[in-house]
Design a protein around this ligand. Structure first.
Ligand code: AP5
Length: 215
């Protein structure tokens, strides 16, 4: 992997990593790499990898580190534009060590989006995505014009299988257990900043950009 700037969005499920990553990639020309999106695409396409990970994802557990490392390694071997924006990776200390190895140890910029559990549950229960184009909506914050239908392509909006409340609680448990230790790791191994993610999308975006500019 060439020595490009690597930015990592950390934070619990539903903190807005994907929402902010799309905007940041658009503003700064970064390559946006979402391991969740890549894995869901494999499931949708019915590949061998997709069939191996579907049940794991639907239960809220993490996909094994070796599988995720292989996916990320392939993606980052390509030309990576102005830099790389990682969303949902790394999620374990083993993944962080792997990233450090393939990026030749250059310290990443790490933004931790902080959000209370009650708001995580609300946002994820309210999230709907389009079966056709993948656009994301929210029943509480960004409703489609017509209930259950995508504004852009007219396809049906659906709930992600892991956005049911019992699975959200499990994802939060897994986050605390396996991903939160990365906060201490990156406080020493990266350039680390925190952003309160409970404000509106625009407000959070501005805070992320400001925080990045100070790092
Ligand atoms: P993944 O897809 O990465 O799920 P996640 O980390 O749980 O994150 P989400 O996509 O649920 O939330 P987000 O923070 O991106 O929030 P969003 O912007 O969508 O992973 C899914 C699964 O794949 C994992 O459980 C695991 O099984 C597997 N996996 C993935 N990566 C892995 C890895 N590295 N290792 C092992 N396994 C892996 O926002 C949520 C909602 O809130 C949306 O409706 C949005 O419109 C709304 N919203 C966002 N921001 C705001 C705001 N400021 N105000 C109001 N509403 C907002």
């Amino acid at each position: 992997m060439s020595e490009k700037l690597v930015t990592i969005l950390l934070g619990p499920p539903g903190a807005g990593k994907g929402t902010q990553a799309k905007r940041l990639a658009g503003r700064f020309g970064y390559l946006h790499v979402s391991t969740g999106d890549i894995l869901r695409e494999e499931v949708r396409a019915g590949t061998d990898l997709g069939s191996r990970v579907e049940a794991i994802m639907n239960s809220g557990e993490l996909v094994p580190d070796e599988l995720v490392a292989e996916i990320v390694g392939k993606k980052l071997a390509r030309d990576t534009g102005n830099g790389i924006l990682l969303d949902g990776f790394p999620r374990t200390l083993a993944q962080a060590t792997y990233l450090s190895r393939i990026s030749n140890g250059a310290p990443p910029v790490v933004i931790n989006l902080k959000l209370e559990d009650a708001e995580v549950v609300r946002r994820l229960n309210g999230r709907r995505h389009c079966r056709g184009c993948g656009n994301i909506y929210n029943l509480y914050y960004s409703e489609p014009r017509k209930e259950g239908i995508c504004d852009s392509c007219g396809e049906e909006l659906v709930l992600r299988p892991d956005d049911r409340e019992s699975v959200i609680r499990e994802r939060l448990r897994v986050y605390r257990d396996q991903t939160q230790p990365l906060v201490d790791y990156y406080k020493t191994e990266g350039r680390y900043g925190e952003v309160e993610a409970s404000g509106g999308i625009r407000e959070v975006f501005d805070s992320v950009v400001q925080t990045m500019s100070r790092m």
